[in-house]
Ligand binder design. Structure first.
Ligand SMILES: [Zn+2]
Length: 504
């Protein structure tokens, strides 16, 4: 007997012999249909043809037509075939057979339409250092990426790194990304990062962090104004939270005495906080218990990794309403500890996902989803093999897709704006091709996204209703100029850091 999850609920399999939901019809199997169609606005008329060349007129309504729509909103449900209408940068309707006068039409008949992926932790300044450290441990990373290269970054390098990372994210279907930015050797470095995020068009959370130095003593960096400069940033760039790039503080790892003033600086300007905890042996210090003794933990904080936290610390995160970010791939590569997906679930915390470092991790979310999916299942199988009579449930592909979207939105403080295809939310939407050899013929929409697809399936990307990628190509990006920018920044950085670039 085959057991499949239904589209709109978590109901478990009625057979009682397993943790799986009930079997569905073939139609539901492909792409389950909503019980109730939702339309926030009624539009009548005839849709116009799309413009040649893949461009869309700014400000014009967009009708995404005839796709298999995974809204991931349980109240709205999913549709084997439906339309998504985008007006004024927002999703205004999701239902079959929408007619929209004057709307630009995007044919989605061979696509899965889904919310864009949401990354909750990536050090985007390292976008020009991709794959520099494929065999490195965490100690190697700190020595090479942070102390050797990071200490020598000039503002233009920060700009190039952030810009490459942002465009790469959009290209692979990540529409919102938290830039865990700890490269603020001077305020000019900060300005460069903020400018790059804005220029890229990605939806971003700029998490302002410390400087890099050759000895790792960021608090002694002469040009750095961390954390007090966050007051300027709030005023100069982030006076509103209703914009495409919003503000967080990236708190450093260290002693409570070093961390507490940064938490205060964030809260003084109403910025949320993100911090690495529970990383390897260093993560066993009971840091969250110490911070809790100072009443510093709150629902405004995202805890990254959490691999080696103790049970008391986990309970503190749960009790104070914090969110978590698991970077499963890097955690297995660099010795952070076992990615704590099952632990989070046991505690009633739904995790978000993150890439962390492109210096040794692929920049797409398909790899992230598959990593934690296979690791969690392996953990359950191992317990079964060891004789555990009451092992945890297996994670499902739908849960993993939720971690990659709506749970990311929650950790980035944006769950009211993005993360599901809900009418009224901003239109951060991806169209994934099903007519590619890695997924055709398609048999299960959520399964196709989580188990089979890759960046090559990302055909079209919208952010706040703006088309950023179309027909498999980024829109409005001059690749020759981009290549020059990347090569020049990389070569300058290697020269400044006195590192020979062997390339092989
Ligand atoms: Zn990190």
């Amino acid at each position: 007997m085959m057991h499949l999850r239904s589209s709109v609920g978590d109901s478990l399999c009625s057979c009682g012999a397993c943790n799986s939901p009930p079997a569905l019809s073939r139609r539901q199997f492909l792409c389950t249909t909503a019980a109730t169609a939702v339309a926030a606005s009624t539009v009548v008329g005839t849709a116009s043809a799309q413009q040649p060349g893949g461009a869309t007129a700014p400000g014009r309504a967009i009708l995404i037509k005839g796709g298999c729509v995974l809204t991931l909103d349980r109240a709205v449900g999913d549709f084997e075939q439906a339309d998504v209408l985008v007006e004024g940068g927002k999703i205004s309707a999701v239902r079959p057979n929408i007619s929209a006068p004057n709307a630009e039409v995007i044919d989605a008949s061979r696509m899965i339409v889904a919310p864009g992926f949401v990354d909750t932790h990536r050090h985007m300044w390292q976008g020009i250092l991709r794959n520099v450290l494929p065999d490195g441990s965490l100690d190697d990373y700190i020595a090479t990426v942070q102390k050797t290269f990071g200490a020598k970054y000039v503002p233009d390098d920060v700009y190039a790194g952030d810009y490459f990372s942002a465009l790469g994210a959009i290209d692979s279907g990540v529409t919102c990304i938290l830039d865990w930015s700890h490269i603020h050797n001077t305020p000019e470095h900060t300005d460069a990062a903020v400018k790059a995020l804005g220029d890229s068009g990605v939806r971003a959370v700029f998490a302002y962090g410390n400087a890099q130095t050759v000895d790792g003593r960021w608090w002694e960096a002469k040009g750095s104004k961390f954390p007090s400069d966050i007051a300027r940033l709030r005023k100069q760039y982030f006076s509103s939270d209703d914009q495409l790039v919003t503000l967080y503080l990236a708190a450093p790892s260290g002693s409570p005495e070093q961390i507490l003033p940064t938490f205060k600086a964030a809260r003084d300007v109403g910025a949320r906080i993100t911090i690495h905890v529970g990383v390897g042996e260093r993560g066993r210090s009971g840091l969250l218990e110490k911070l809790n003794a100072e009443k510093a933990l709150g629902s405004d904080t995202t805890y990254i990794h959490c691999c080696t936290l103790n049970d008391t610390e986990w309970k503190l995160i749960k009790d104070t309403g914090g969110t978590i970010s698991i970077a499963g791939y890097v955690e297995t590569l660099m010795g952070h500890g076992n990615p704590p997906t099952q632990k989070a679930i046991d505690m009633g915390i739904r995790p978000s996902l993150s890439v962390d470092v492109e210096t040794s991790v692929p920049n797409d979310f398909f790899a992230q989803m598959r990593t934690i999916f296979s690791l969690q299942k392996n953990e359950v199988w191992a317990r079964r093999l060891a004789g555990d009579k009451n092992p945890p449930k297996f994670l499902t592909v739908r849960e993993v897709l939720e971690f990659a979207t709506i749970e990311g939105a929650r950790a980035n403080g944006l769950e009211r704006k993005i993360g599901t295809l809900t009418p009224g939310k901003d239109a951060d939407i991806i169209l994934l091709r099903t007519d590619r050899l890695n997924v055709m013929p398609m048999n299960n929409a959520v399964g196709a996204v989580v188990t089979s697809m890759g960046p090559q399936n990302v055909d079209t990307v919208l952010i706040a209703g703006k088309v950023m990628k179309r027909n498999g190509q980024l829109v409005g990006v001059d690749f020759e100029r981009l290549t020059r920018l990347g090569n020049e920044a990389r070569d300058r950085l290697y020269a400044n850091a006195n590192v020979k670039n062997a390339r092989i």
